[in-house]
Design a protein around this ligand. Structure first.
Ligand SMILES: Nc1nc2c(ncn2[C@@H]2O[C@H](COP(=O)(O)OP(=O)(O)OP(=O)(O)O)[C@@H](O)[C@H]2O)c(=O)[nH]1
Ligand SMILES: [Mg+2]
Length: 186
């Protein structure tokens, strides 16, 4: 089984750092040649299934909407990243999700809302409470329950690598369930 997964989110939330941390953290993860966008590929055994993920890092700015939306086609799932020290980046997550759902070609797709920079909780008083993100994930899942989509919240640190492999595996399980749903409708 093969899945295309995008990493999206505002400028500076840590998408590229996460991308490189995945390369280090996930066994067998390998960078692939690609033009302009960065791509890594890895394979996981999940629920007895061999799953290959193509993960693509989408810059938060620079690219036009049109260019981004082209890359969204045939996306099976996404890591929607915000920075837990940046309320603005969290408020902007619905924008990324709407864009993904509009252009994925599948309509709604499984997402993990990712609160990055969890290491900052130790040094800063001004970090976001995950309760709002969890509430948002709950509401999002309710709107796509008929498509058998379960979304998740994950708090991670792209600096230390904490929480990254669990986050990936949650997304993979959701993408497997969603694909089974899509195939049952054929
Ligand atoms: N403390 C901490 N800093 C982080 C973490 N992840 C990323 N950063 C820092 O945040 C800054 C932005 O990280 P990037 O990975 O370049 O962000 P990006 O989302 O790829 O940004 P664009 O590509 O411009 O959209 C850098 O200075 C990183 O070192 C983290 O988990 N903890
Ligand atoms: Mg980047």
């Amino acid at each position: 089984m093969k899945f295309k997964v995008l990493v999206v989110g505002d400028y500076g939330v840590g998408k590229t750092s996460l991308f490189h941390q995945i390369e280090k953290t996930i066994p067998g993860a390998e960078k692939k040649p690609s033009i302009r966008l960065e791509l890594i590929e890895f394979t996981r055994m999940i629920e007895g299934k061999e799953v290959t993920v193509n993960l693509i890092d989408i810059p938060g700015r620079e690219l036009s909407n049109e260019y981004r939306s082209k890359h969204y086609l045939n996306t099976n799932g996404a890591l929607v990243v915000y920075d837990i020290t940046s309320p603005h980046s969290f408020r902007h997550t619905p924008f990324w999700i709407e864009e993904l759902f509009n252009y994925s070609g599948f309509g709604n797709i499984p997402v993990v809302i990712v609160g990055n920079k969890s290491d900052m909780r130790e040094v800063s008083q001004r970090t976001l409470n995950p309760i709002d993100a969890k509430e948002y994930v709950f509401r999002l899942t309710r709107t796509s329950i008929r498509e058998n989509i379960e979304n998740h919240y994950a708090e991670i640190s792209s600096k230390s690598g904490k929480g990254i492999s669990q986050m990936i595996d949650k997304l993979i399980v959701s993408m497997i369930n969603h694909r089974e749903f899509l195939e049952s409708k054929k």
